[in-house]
Design a protein around this ligand. Structure first.
Ligand code: GLA
Length: 733
């Protein structure tokens, strides 16, 4: 890994063993793209890529008389001079002008990577990464801009963000401040996004890129289940096992935009950042604005490799603290078992049975506080309900501990029910527009987390509950989108700051928790997977993937999630049948076979299953404990897509390639077909693996393939659909 500055040509070359990222200062003093892709030799001067000729009807820079931004690749373009594409940023000056001209001033090349201010970001020490900061100045605007690039040693990854500073006297306004722009020299790509809604999150969608733009966004205040802030562009022939692809992952949990724009001269512009819609950020003299980080990964070895890069990077350089690379406890959560209708004895009944099965952590979900007996009231009143829990959370947690289990708790700190003491006392603490109705979501309003006092007050209440209680895990939920966004504390000029300040408030509260309770394992949640993003993983290493716990639907949801996020982050549980979301009944074996490829737990009352099923549950927990390190942190391969066939398959392989676990899922049984073969991946060609009492070479399993079992025969014999199997593949000792 290195970052080279060629002072004569004014070009930078960031490279490691896998990638090269080359840029140069343009004739107008901007930063221009030269190359991004597979590692290539370093050269002192690659100015031949710069187009310095006019074309009809093209605007050129008056000083150079031959350079047009439109005909060249830009790293952080503005609109208003010679580039007519979508711009990366926009500044409104006091006189109303929106033209800017940042000119190269200096740069720094540093070892390692500095933290971002109050924002989540990947981290790296001096040996793991190098950072380039290029500084620009716009004298007329009284502004400076730093574009920051980090290259990792081990990963084909570049991270980017930008920092604006008002160096002048008058207030300027940022009306757009994206985190990254990359212009590529051709448009022969497909765009892949992960879309959905509640209970059907992160479903991959692929479309061809062509003239004009494709974009996805969130304007909900959270990153959203509708569009995930992670996109891939890939060559049309790229699949899971081969071909070129590039990912852009936004380390942020609020409104965002991701866009690919094809111009008419063959340039493809990729952009990602905070959604400029409803964003304005006034900067007073001396103030700065730092954008969140975008993580850009590249591969020419297919989509599995791209995903593995994100998995490893996020496990090693995003997740922090005690739970980094630590296998996660097997948990049982009472939500689908009791909803809010419980008392201490009912909870202990579920916990005891969980303990008998081998569960390690009991999680008490919604309904333990205030008047929270249904979702119409009590949110915001973070005081235990004595009718349900006479000795409070501390008393219950100790009883659960006495059973030999850890205790976990559900919270939803960002919200309030109108029917709550908090709202009655502080109606001004919600996001609400004066003179307008306040829309409800799940009968609740959103607290104004852009205000420090609101964040501090809620944190104070929660800290009181946690202070004396042995709580090892927190599920932090967020169950509605932001509407009528307006903060009663901010002035008219500052209302465009609210969405971002809200997210910063959430991050600040997470940071307070981490400081006061460093060992607590956090699981983020937002009506399931409505805020499953890289920003959250910095604070909460796992996320409840979806409220849809139906195993067959979950195959699709977890499969889609695996493109951008590690298996260790995917909250996955076995729940009761018929499933509460789909009404579908799937065997306890298949339900576990899907949940193994995640954090694993149960979301049902184990007292209510048959003895035979209970024995299976014990075995499942034993299997998970023995294999969770491999399942959660091994190298994950998607083998067969649940969107293409009636069967899905995936596997994980240990780093030394000596052990692997394979999962096959029959989503629908088909009559009168041969079972066929499936090619495994990631094994060692020459090692001999033991499987089903037989021996196979690695290259045999990866090229001839593993003979599939006769799923149809099995379905007929058991009278069941949705058969699946999970198999351990080990080398011969
Ligand atoms: C959300 C979560 C669920 C559960 C409920 C509690 O829907 O996604 O898992 O915690 O809230 O109200």
């Amino acid at each position: 890994m290195n970052i080279i500055w060629h002072s004569d040509s004014k070009q930078y070359h960031l490279y490691n063993d896998k990638i090269s990222y080359i840029m140069g200062i343009t004739p107008t003093g901007d930063l221009g793209g030269i190359y991004f892709g597979k590692r290539i030799h370093d050269k002192k001067d690659m100015s031949y890529v710069v187009n310095r000729f006019g074309l009809p009807n093209v605007a050129v820079d008056p000083d150079t008389e031959s350079y047009s931004m439109e005909l060249n690749r830009q790293e952080y373009p503005a609109f208003g001079t010679t580039d007519f594409g979508t711009q990366a940023y926009e500044i409104e000056l006091a006189n109303g002008s929106r033209v800017s001209d940042f000119v190269y001033a200096s740069h720094k090349i540093k070892k390692g990577k500095a933290a971002l201010n109050g924002l989540p970001a990947t981290y790296a020490d001096k040996n793991e990464a190098m950072t380039l900061e290029v500084c620009f100045e716009d004298e007329a605007a009284g502004m400076s801009l730093i574009l920051s690039y980090t290259i990792f040693d081990k990963y084909p990854v570049i991270t980017r963000h930008a920092v604006f500073k008002n160096t002048g006297r008058s207030v300027t306004k940022l009306t757009r401040a994206l985190s990254a722009c990359i212009d590529l020299p051709d448009q022969d790509y497909e765009w892949m996004q992960f879309s959905g809604a509640w209970a059907r999150e992160r479903i991959p969608e692929v479309r061809r890129i062509s003239a004009g733009s494709v974009s996805i966004e969130s304007k909900r205040g959270a990153s959203s289940a509708n569009q995930n802030p992670f996109v891939i562009i890939k060559r049309p022939n790229t699949d899971d096992f081969s071909g070129e692809a590039m990912g852009m992952s936004f380390v942020y949990s609020g409104n965002f935009i991701a866009q690919a724009e094809c111009d008419t001269f063959g340039r493809l512009r990729l952009l990602m950042g905070i959604n400029p819609d409803r964003f304005t950020w006034p900067l007073k003299s001396g103030e700065t604005f730092e954008t969140p980080e975008v993580v850009i990964a590249w591969t020419d070895e297919g989509l599995n490799r791209l995903s593995q890069t994100y998995h490893e990077l996020y496990n090693n350089n995003l997740v922090r603290g005690k739970w980094k690379n630590t296998p996660r406890p097997v948990l049982i959560n009472n939500w689908e078992a009791t909803f809010m209708d419980f008392d201490e004895e009912r909870i202990l009944e579920i916990a005891r049975k969980g303990k008998e099965a081998g569960v390690e952590l009991f999680v008490l979900d919604d309904g333990w506080f205030g008047s929270r007996n249904d979702d119409y009231s009590g949110l915001g009143d973070w005081i235990e309900n004595p009718d349900k829990l006479p000795q409070g959370i501390a008393g219950l947690a100790r009883k659960v501990n006495a059973l030999g289990m850890k205790f976990g708790l559900w919270i939803e700190p960002e919200m309030v029910n109108p029917d709550s003491n908090l709202f009655r006392r502080h109606p001004e603490w919600v996001l609400a527009t004066p003179g307008r109705k306040s829309s409800l979501g799940r009968h609740q309003l959103v607290l104004d987390f852009s205000r420090d006092e609101v964040v501090d007050h809620i944190y104070g209440m929660l800290k009181k509950v946690l202070k004396n209680a042995p709580v090892s895990y927190i599920k932090w939920d967020m169950n509605r989108s932001l509407t009528e966004v307006f903060s009663q504390e901010l002035s008219a000029d500052e209302q465009g700051m609210v969405y971002h300040k809200y997210v910063m408030g959430v991050y600040r509260m997470y940071e307070m928790f981490r400081k006061d309770f460093p060992d607590i394992l956090f699981e983020s949640c937002s009506s399931g997977g409505n805020r499953f993003d890289a920003g959250m993983l910095y604070y909460a290493p796992q996320a409840w993937c979806s409220d849809n716990t139906d195993a067959i639907d979950r195959i699709r949801i977890q499969y889609g999630t695996s493109f951008g996020y590690p298996i260790s982050s995917i909250g996955a549980h076995v729940s009761a049948v018929p499933n509460q979301q789909t009404g579908r009944s799937v065997s306890i074996t298949t339900r576990a076979n899907v949940a193994y490829f995640g954090t694993f737990g149960y979301e049902l009352d184990l007292n209510h299953i048959s003895d035979e099923e209970f024995e299976k549950v014990k075995e499942q927990i034993g299997f998970m404990k023995e294999n969770r390190e491999l399942l959660q942190f091994g190298t994950f391969y998607r083998l067969r897509s649940p969107f293409e066939k009636d069967q899905a398959a995936w596997m994980v392989v240990s780093k030394d390639k000596k052990r692997a676990i394979f999962g096959l899922y029959c989503m629908r049984s088909n009559v009168n077909q041969l079972p066929g073969f499936i090619k495994l991946a990631g094994l060692d060609d020459d090692l001999i693996y033991k499987l089903r009492g037989e021996k196979y070479y690695g290259d045999e399993l990866m090229n001839l393939g593993l003979a599939l079992k006769e799923l149809n025969t099995e379905s007929l014999a058991t009278g069941q659909d949705f058969i699946s199997y999970v198999e351990v593949i080990e080398t011969q000792e």
